[in-house]
Design a protein around this ligand. Structure first.
Ligand code: MLT
Length: 354
């Protein structure tokens, strides 16, 4: 045998993936995977504590701390609830949006982030149209960065508020979660799953607390591959068959801004996947109906269902404030240098400045 051959022979096993350095800052929330199940539980409990706290006492938790909201995409619910949540804890907030700042003149995300840090921002809440933007900003600034939606990738606080809403309906009185809390529960996610960061964060979170996630939609918006995203995730293309198995039904908007030339017959879509009062009454008369908003009445959901007794859409909005209070408290009071999931051991000893 050629002696050189054994020298260049490589082991066949795949080398281990390098450990991710993210998040650099223990207060950041880039992905739902930054949280252990205990960490999620802690945030849910803190959300309830903070919601019930005397507003005068609550106002001192982040008194005068400086939080920047950096929004490259429009938003009503997410932006307003992050702002109200931060202010409810006494923080000062400032909004920088891509339409009224130097971003319009071509400033990069990195430079905008460094500028905000130099201006005294202690945490940045970022919404961006590019997947991964929150990671880039965190690496550049090393501040606590909260991902308020990055492209088609993740929207972790939406998944947390969705979980809180599901628990209130299906596990009333349960304040925290464990790996089996939603055992026996099927949560269906319907529609434009391909382009949805809300779907992705929920698919990463719900199975970890025991739920089965059933995805439903046409092939163009729900590739077969999605069923292999992780354990506890399945596809059922027939909307009515899926409805009959679901205790929670999460409807999604068709994200027209991300279709990139994809042609979709909207009448066919409505015939196959619109949630109507009749479908709900026939196949899932007890299910709770969710939608991250904005809802397009008459497209994915009828007005009657959106306003109906099974709808928890406005409860989701309200839950957004409580969850985001807990997330912002964690952002600015987490111990710096603690391991990846620091949310279960919130400490205030160092004032949280990272
Ligand atoms: C999002 O920001 O992803 C929304 O909450 C859902 C949507 O835009 O349809």
């Amino acid at each position: 045998m050629n002696p050189a051959a054994s020298a260049i022979r490589r082991p066949l096993a795949t080398p281990p993936a390098p450990a991710s350095p993210f998040p650099y800052n223990s207060g950041s929330l880039l992905s739902v995977l930054d949280l252990t199940v205990d960490g999620v539980s802690h945030l849910l409990r803190r959300a309830t504590d903070l919601e019930n706290e005397d507003p005068i006492v609550r106002d001192h938790i982040l008194a005068k701390r400086r939080i920047a909201l950096l929004f490259y995409e429009s938003s009503t619910r997410t932006r307003t609830s992050f702002e109200l949540a931060s202010k409810a804890l006494g923080a000062d907030t400032t909004l920088v949006s891509s339409l009224s700042s130097s971003i319009e003149k071509g400033e990069s995300l990195k430079d905008t982030g460094l500028t905000l840090r130099a201006l005294g921002a202690e945490a940045i809440i970022l919404r961006h149209n590019a997947s991964g933007a929150a990671w880039l900003l965190e690496e550049a600034t090393r501040l606590p960065v909260i991902n308020a939606g990055d492209g088609m990738h993740e929207h972790p606080t939406q998944a947390l508020l969705d979980l809180r809403t599901i628990l209130q309906h299906l596990r009333p009185g349960v304040s925290g979660v464990g790996p089996e809390t939603l055992a026996g529960v099927t949560v269906m996610i319907v529609g434009d799953i391909l382009h949805s960061r809300v779907a992705r964060s929920n698919m990463l979170l719900l199975p970890r607390v025991g739920a089965r996630v059933l995805l439903c939609g046409p092939k163009e918006l729900l590739p077969e591959l999605a069923a292999r995203s992780g354990p506890g995730i399945e596809i059922e293309r027939d909307f009515e068959v899926a409805l009959a198995q679901s205790q929670a039904v999460m409807m999604l908007r068709i994200q027209a801004e991300r279709l990139a030339g994809l042609q979709l017959d909207l009448d066919d879509y409505k015939t196959g996947y619109q949630l109507t009062g009749q479908r709900l009454a026939e196949h899932a008369p007890k299910a709770v109906v969710l939608h991250p908003g904005p809802i397009i009445r008459g497209m994915e959901i009828t007005a009657g269902v959106a306003d109906g007794v099974q709808s928890a859409i406005l409860e989701q909005v309200t839950n957004g404030v409580a969850i985001r209070m807990a997330v912002m408290e964690r952002a600015l009071t987490a111990e710096s240098g603690a391991p990846a999931d620091r949310s279960s051991s919130v400490g205030r000893e160092n004032g949280g400045r990272a």
